[in-house]
Design a protein around this ligand. Structure first.
Ligand code: MF3
Ligand code: CO
Length: 248
């Protein structure tokens, strides 16, 4: 069932989303040669708690950390640990913030120092694919209109979209209906209504779309070892342009 949020619910999600965006800024500012992924996790945890909020991912389905930090060929769900980030790495950071009964979910990929031209282009195309997708996120359209917008742009730019994982509704629960795939023909799936809140999250690979999950049960990597990037905001559907809820 897809829930429609009231104006006051969306306002609560915006407050959770604001803290989410501030946490992103803090983590991004601390990405540098030599920092460990668990140090970034600790910074995020402390900051979120200091705002009176909770990290949505901590203990979610047994997930052991507060944020996901996915470096280079890691697509999503990288578990923070002893891994040391190096200049030239690309670092996908995924953050969930829970406040006053509502979740927000947002991800972005950041370069550590100077990265390759291909890495830079992958980051830019992934971010832009989100904006190409949400051009279609207005009342009266359908879910797959967003999906098709993402996929078309990514493939026009020579990259591939991950199909094993998808975006989702978000609100009182981190994962709600409907699924929001990053691929597919337009005109399919649920109709969009004002008040739907969605996490639209293209995961884009430089090589093939194939991924595999490591034995830790979480870490998802590209099958071919090439780079991957991620970009996500929580949005609210309206009759016009969607509202981005995970912004400062
Ligand atoms: N944004 C991701 C998702 O929607 C993050 C989930 S990590 C988890 O699936 F630990 F919470 F599962
Ligand atoms: Co998500």
């Amino acid at each position: 069932m897809i829930s429609i949020k009231s104006v006051s619910e969306i306002d609560k999600m915006r407050k959770a989303g604001h803290i989410n965006a501030l946490t992103h800024r803090l983590v991004a500012e601390n990405i540098c040669d030599g920092v460990t992924t668990e140090e970034l996790d600790r910074l995020a945890y402390e900051f979120i708690k200091s705002k009176g909020a909770e990290p949505s991912f901590l203990n979610y389905g047994g997930y052991p950390k507060s944020i996901c930090v996915s470096v280079n060929d890691v697509v999503i769900h990288g578990i923070p640990g002893k891994q040391v980030i190096k200049t030239g790495d690309i670092v996908s950071v995924d953050i969930g913030v829970y406040l006053n009964g509502y979740h927000s979910d947002s991800a972005a990929t950041y370069p550590c120092g100077t990265v390759s031209e291909e890495a830079k282009r992958l980051i830019d195309v992934t971010k832009q694919s989100f904006y190409e997708g949400i051009k279609f996120a207005c009342e009266g359209n359908r879910i797959s209109d967003i999906s098709c917008g993402v996929q078309t742009y990514v493939e026009q730019n020579g990259f591939s979209v991950v199909t094993d994982y998808v975006g989702h509704g978000v609100g009182k629960n981190l994962h709600e209906d409907p699924e929001v795939p990053n691929y597919g023909k337009a005109g399919k799936g649920a109709r969009l209504y004002s008040g739907m809140t969605l996490a639209v999250e293209p995961m884009v690979n430089a090589g093939t779309p194939d991924v595999k999950r490591l034995k830790d049960g979480w870490t998802v990597v590209t099958a071919d070892g090439n780079l991957s990037a991620h970009y996500e905001h929580t949005i609210a559907v309206t009759k016009g342009n969607p509202i981005l809820l995970t912004v400062e």
